[in-house]
Structures are given as C-alpha cells and as structure tokens.
Design a protein around this ligand. Structure first.
Ligand SMILES: C[S@@+](CC[C@H](N)C(=O)[O-])C[C@H]1O[C@@H](n2cnc3c(N)ncnc32)[C@H](O)[C@@H]1O
Length: 215
C-alpha cells in the first residue's frame, strides 16, 4: 500500500484530526519549514536584504494545513497569511492559534489556484508539502499547463519586487516536475531546484525562485 497522502481523503474528517495529532507529522512539517526558511536566504538567489525577521515581511503560505508550518514561520519573525482549501484542516489551525491576538497571523480558506490576495502585497511565498496538489484531478498536459501558468502568474502578481518563492513538493515524475518548473520560468521567475536524491524521477523536491526584477 502506498504511504503517499491522497488529496483530499488524507485531509478530511477523521483523517484531518489524525494528521494534526501525529507527532511524526508535526516534526516533519516543522523540520521542512525550517529548511525552507534557510533556503529563503540561499546565496545562489542573490543578496537576501529583503528577507527580514522583524515582522515587517509578509509570507504567504500556500496550503497551510493545520498550521505546523505557520507556527515556525511566525516564530521566526514573519507575518503569515496561511491559505488552505479544506475547512477540516484550516479550522484546526484556527483553533490552535485562537488565543493569538497579534496581527501577524491570518488564515484564509481559499484555493491556491484562485489567490484572494491584492497585487504586490506579499514579500515572499512558502509552501510545504502542498503545491503538488494544485493539479489534482487534471488529466491532460494542456489542462495542467494552463492551471500551472495561471497560478504562477497570480503568485507573481501578489509578490512585491524581489519576492522569493520557496516550495517543497512531491511531483509524481520527471514530466510533472518539468511542467511545474517551466510554469515559473515562463512567468517572470528565475531560480533553480534541489532534489533530495538527484537521480530520482519524482519525490521530494525544493524549488528556489525569485521574481525577476522589473520597474
Ligand atoms: C500536507 S498538508 C499541509 C502541510 C502544512 N505545511 C502543515 O504544516 O500542516 C497539505 C495541505 O494542502 C492543502 N491543499 C491542497 N490543495 C490545495 C489548494 N488547491 N489550495 C489550497 N490548499 C490546498 C490541503 O488541504 C492540505 O491541508
């Protein structure tokens, strides 16, 4: 039996509660988020003077789930807007931070493919173990390309100049990975990827991107 999560079954009803109470899951999500925060300053993306841990940067977190990653991002001095498409997951995140009255954390129920964010509002975008789901249910390459391009353009629109996008995700295979990467490179981003096992076809992949500079 495959151990890979299935969308949406792995994240609704009882499965959402099981996800949230699994110690290993919390540990993995938090560990990966810490890695992404380090990658946000990766020198290969150029000087990171626009990455500031004093609550002046807003990070848009795509697919925030029950808030494991959000907590780490917040604790590192960033404001967070976490979006997730499933209420079963998002409601657990909201509940967890119910007593957090700061203006630094907001959770919104929304689809990554239809971002409810104003133009140039966001400093950087992070996503942990969610971005591969945005093409869920799509069959043809043409459909996948269309959705990926449209979503990447929205991410570009909501980012400020010099905004960075750091994504950890699980493409199914080499072809899918190429489509994801091309959607960024063809829509105003530059950057590169890191694979846990360089020879593997799909599996855990990190995308490190920055918005190409334009006046
Ligand atoms: C592995 S989980 C969440 C991981 C998150 N880093 C955490 O700390 O819990 C992946 C999440 O992606 C969300 N997701 C999948 N497709 C989405 C979409 N199109 N828009 C928004 N969220 C989506 C799922 O609902 C799920 O909560």
């Amino acid at each position: 039996m495959s151990k890979l999560p299935k969308f949406p079954d792995s994240y609704i009803g009882k499965a959402a509660n099981e996800y949230d109470s699994a110690v290993w899951m919390e540990r993995n999500q938090k560990k990966t988020t810490l890695k992404l925060l380090n990658l946000l300053r990766d020198p290969h993306l150029g000087p990171s003077i626009n990455v500031k841990e004093n609550f002046s940067n807003i990070i848009l977190e795509l697919g925030c789930g029950t808030g494991f990653s959000s907590e780490i991002i917040l604790n590192h001095g960033f404001r967070v807007i976490g979006i997730d498409i499933l209420w079963d997951m998002l409601s657990l995140a909201k509940e967890k931070f119910r007593d957090n009255k700061s203006n630094h954390l907001h959770f919104i129920m929304a689809d990554i493919n239809y971002l409810p964010i104003r133009m140039k509002k966001i400093d950087h975008v992070l996503s942990v173990s969610a971005y591969n789901f945005i093409i869920h249910g799509l069959k043809s390459t043409q459909q996948i390309k269309k959705v990926l391009n449209a979503t990447t353009r929205q991410i570009n629109d909501c980012l400020k100049a010099h905004g960075r996008v750091i994504i950890e995700f699980y493409p199914k295979n080499e072809k899918e990975l190429t489509l994801f990467v091309e959607s960024f490179l063809n829509n105003g981003f530059e950057g590169f990827m890191i694979k846990k096992k360089p020879n593997q076809k799909g599996g855990q992949t990190f995308l490190l991107l920055k918005k190409k500079y334009s006046e």
